[in-house]
Design a protein around this ligand. Structure first.
Ligand code: PDD
Length: 284
């Protein structure tokens, strides 16, 4: 497989793409990213991802190497050049290359990289039909999880811990309360009430979360934004997670305790349908 990727203003074959060994993304994880899904060759929730990217950059006092219009054009060009029907576009911007120094360098040129990942059948995965199993792990990430940085080692370790335990993912717990999944936002359902953690610096402000919250309310479902414990989650009627790559994904087991008889619940399934339908309509 040889993809066309985008690096610092140019579309190049992936094996010709180069980033400096002095890049601060490589040396300090001094970079931010976004993942935008593609369904039917079109981008899902692009304006939300672009807006969050601006915010992440601003929070880190990092310059943006690209305007929003151009960013959209690059996303579309990559989707077209790589023939992506269903898949993901990954975007990363780092502070750029500079001699190694903890202080932010002055005048460094940010590095921008985008690539696609083809995921045929992304919206109809076996996992979405069966639901996923999660385990809980302590949330020991840094305190600015609202900034979408590339510091993903702990989430990566969390996924591995889940895998070793025979599960699919991990929910992270801080001060006794669930923060979020390793790469998604976490929800429980009680009756028809959807409960998800309030926004703050402890979690990423999911773009899918914002859309699902709006669509749920439009569908007359109550959404309560507050934290919850693993014990409360185990007793819930349903649970699910949301992200750009999984949309709305039912959770059927938490730390070995089955929810809803171990099959996806009606609220999660309905929200997934609504989200996919509305997102496809609004895709650009
Ligand atoms: N992850 N929380 C965390 C920690 C995440 O990494 C993500 C997304 C989300 C959901 O955000 P959104 O709905 O905007 O995708 C929540 C992406 C998909 C990833 O790292 O691959």
């Amino acid at each position: 497989m040889s993809r066309i990727v985008y690096v610092n203003g140019e579309f190049v074959p992936e094996d010709e793409a180069k980033v400096s060994v002095f890049d601060r993304g490589f040396l300090f994880a001094d970079g931010v990213y976004e993942v935008t899904s593609v369904l039917g060759g079109k981008l899902i929730d692009f304006p939300g991802h672009a807006a969050r990217l601006r915010r992440s950059l601003a929070e880190l006092e990092m310059d943006s190497p690209i305007e929003d219009d151009d960013l959209l054009a690059v996303h579309r060009e990559l989707v077209a050049r790589n023939g992506i029907e269903d898949g993901l576009v990954y975007l990363q911007i780092t502070r750029g290359a500079a001699d190694r120094d903890f202080a932010f360098p002055e005048g460094a040129t940010p590095t921008i990289v985008l690539f696609t990942q083809a995921k045929p059948g992304l919206a109809d995965s076996a996992a979405s039909r069966a639901g996923i199993k999660v385990i809980s792990i302590p949330d020991i990430r840094w305190g600015r999880r609202d900034i979408k940085t590339v510091q993903l080692l702990y989430p990566s370790m969390g996924k591995m811990a889940a895998k070793k335990a025979g599960a699919d993912d991990a929910w992270m717990v801080e001060d006794g309360k669930v923060t979020e999944g390793t790469s998604n936002n976490a929800y429980i359902v009680k009756g028809r009430k959807i409960i998800t953690r309030h926004l703050g610096t402890e979690i990423l402000h999911g773009i899918t979360r914002a859309a699902v919250r709006r669509l749920a309310r439009e569908a007359q479902m109550e959404v309560e934004e507050r934290s919850f414990t693993i014990d409360e989650a185990k007793e819930a009627d349903e649970a699910f997670v949301t992200s750009a790559s999984s949309f709305v994904m039912p959770v059927v087991e938490i730390d070995g305790a089955e929810l809803g008889g171990g099959t996806p619940g009606p609220v999660a399934q309905r929200l997934r349908e609504i989200y996919l339908e509305e997102s496809r309509k609004a895709a650009i």
